[in-house]
Design a protein around this ligand. Sequence first.
Ligand SMILES: Cc1ncc(COP(=O)(O)O)c(C=O)c1O
Length: 390
Amino acid sequence: MTDTFELATLGVRAGGRRTEFHEHSEALFLTSSFVFDNAAQAAARFTGVEEGFVYSRFSNPTVSMFQDRLAAMEGAEACVATASGMSAILATAMALLKAGDHVVCSSAVFGSTVQLFSGILARFGVQTTFVSPTDVREWEKALRPDTKLLFLETPSNPLTEVSDIAALAAVAKKAGALLAVDNAFCTPALQRPLALGADLVIHSATKYLDGQGRVLGGAVLGARALVMDGVFGFLRTAGPTLSPFNAWVILKGMETLELRMLAQSERALEIARWLEVQPRVARVHFPGLESHPQHALAKRQQRAPGAVLSFEVKGGREAAWRVIDATRLISITGNLGDVKSTITHPATTTHGRISAEARAAAGITEGLVRLAVGLESPGDLKADLARGLA
Ligand SMILES: Cc1ncc(COP(=O)(O)O)c(C=O)c1O
């Protein structure tokens, strides 16, 4: 299937392949290896002279269907699936960076991403400078002759700051570096970073691509040369691979992706507007609100605002925990991207392992609560939140 189909169609159909049994739903190939007709064919497959499946660390038909569907939806030449979102970021870094290279990264990325760049990769001689997600000049100033990668997440987690992808793609291009965008919060249903000039798109498929909080998965997408020569080579050797079972679950989730993203965005906007007028709420962070500093950019760059919002409760940690603990419907969990709404306290959970200074610099206050809005009735969700805000 090609790009001539619209996104809704690609989500349902792209990448699907039938076996000799003519099954309608995509088949799940739970097999670790594939059998060859003879020794010569085995040799040809292992060396890549003949195309075909070999071993599920790096080739499996169900995983291929997932990769092809996501590539079609993102408008990417190639996609490599990974075991999780973090292994997608790791695989990208391991494939494209070497000791002595420099990275410029948004300071408002997921906590484990900060740990990966500032802790683990630093031990291997890769230096990272963290900059404001919204100030393009800071990115320009941080550039060095050895800068190889610019990395961001937009909207950011949990403050929903919106980075200007097209502007930062131009900065990267001028510097001869690559721009990678973590598109987990928007998915291709709402935002297509490659069309805006990014070189690579990263996914935590654990989030909205699955959409029902069942499995972990990830992906790296971009031009064939970058993804297949670089990232795939690392994956084949090191093995942070997506399991065929997880690929199958996510493939099914993607069939409803567009519907879910639009419906969840709409509910999130209704709840954000309601939170904004609650006396115990000091501030609401949501790109769909006119009060959001990058509202105009979000409208230009995204098809809808997304379903993650955060809000500051007056009274610090105690007040934030009161709101969380008073919920009966919303799930208290660190995950997001589910049709079940989830609530969390970033300062003590998702961002609990980064230093207090880094947290403060990123604006993660003690009173901040993150809400990922699902598909429940907005009225029921408001009633659930109202209890702790009374
Ligand atoms: C924006 C973003 N990127 C990456 C990740 C990591 O994904 P995973 O948990 O699938 O490793 C997360 C996880 O919450 C995330 O929110």
